[in-house]
Design a protein around this ligand. Structure first.
Ligand code: PEP
Ligand code: MN
Length: 295
């Protein structure tokens, strides 16, 4: 029986010739494109750690977390100004004010910023502050948004849709690439699969990391915070992701002395835990350097 719309990785050269490894032999068999975000390099020899609040709530809260992630050694700051919320009655983010706060936090710490855009009409506004534009899981297949973001001339962090196959995810990347922008970093953030929700928020699909690397030259990082939804799982999930070859991590951090975060408090880790994760990422960096020297 023939079924419409069924795809496999063998279809990738046709679906996404711009981002598919097979159709771009100039990248070495396991090599990645290096995506540079204001001096920070994704896809190189060292994993990149991005950290920050789920949500930009106030100037004080954001600056406190930004300083903490800088002290812990993170290379980039994250924070949502426009938030995708399940209920329209819930807090929707601080919007333009949040973007201004992010700019201040970035200037003070020197950390480049990644933040999400959900509305094609706001891409220009977000691109003015963001060093990297995030497409969230819920919008991975919002094709008009992908096209608009592809034209913004900024690196893009493309999160995997929570129920997206590898082909759908790389197809989404192709929309951005088709606009002339190949500065795309993929982000695995957990998928809806049995038994997500029973003891963790989603199921962290670590197996997809080598599969991504086999099928595209684009770097891939992991979000252990949304994938698990449980603060105590974030550190082991981060280590596991790096063991699987992830090019980096994006992690939610909170400073509970500033009050409980409005959003995703149960998955937020503290500065000390982040510092340990970064130490682990650094040790992998050194391991890699010494194995190259020994070879
Ligand atoms: C986020 O990173 O702020 C976020 C909402 O994540 P996701 O789109 O993966 O749910
Ligand atoms: Mn969050």
């Amino acid at each position: 029986m023939e079924i419409a719309g069924q795809l496999s990785v063998y279809d990738l050269p046709r679906i996404c010739p711009l981002v598919c490894r097979e159709t771009n032999p100039k990248y070495k068999p396991s090599g990645s494109r290096t995506v540079k975000v204001r001096g920070v390099e994704f896809g190189g020899d060292s994993p990149v750690v991005i950290a920050g609040p789920c949500n930009v709530e106030t100037h004080e809260q954001t600056l406190a977390v930004a300083r903490a992630v800088k002290r812990a050694g993170a290379q980039m700051l994250r924070g949502g100004a426009y938030k995708p919320r399940t209920s329209p009655h819930d807090f929707q983010g601080t919007g333009l004010e949040g973007l201004c706060i992010l700019r201040i936090a970035s200037e003070e710490t020197g950390l480049p910023v990644v933040t999400e855009v959900m509305d094609p009409r706001l891409v220009e506004e977000v691109a003015e502050v963001a060093d990297m534009i995030q497409i969230g899981s819920r919008n991975m297949q919002n094709y008009p948004l992908l096209i608009e973001v592809g034209q913004a001339k900024k690196p893009v962090l493309l999160k995997r849709g929570m129920a997206a196959s590898l082909c759908e995810w790389l197809g989404a990347a192709e929309y951005i690439a088709k606009q002339g922008n190949l500065d795309i970093v993929l982000c695995e953030r957990g998928i809806k699969a049995f038994p997500s929700g029973e003891y963790s928020r989603y199921v962290l699909d670590l197996n997809v990391i080598p599969a991504v690397q086999e099928n595209t030259f684009l770097p891939v990082i992991v979000d252990p915070s949304h994938a698990t939804g449980v603060a105590s799982m974030v550190e082991p999930a981060s280590r596991a992701a790096l063991e699987f070859g992830s090019h980096g991590l994006i992690i939610e951090v909170a400073d509970f002395s500033m009050g409980r975060p409005k959003c995703d408090a149960a998955q937020a880790i503290d500065e000390k835990t982040l510092a340990r994760i970064i130490q682990f990422a650094d040790s992998r960096r050194r391991q890699y350097a010494s194995s190259v020297q020994a070879a």
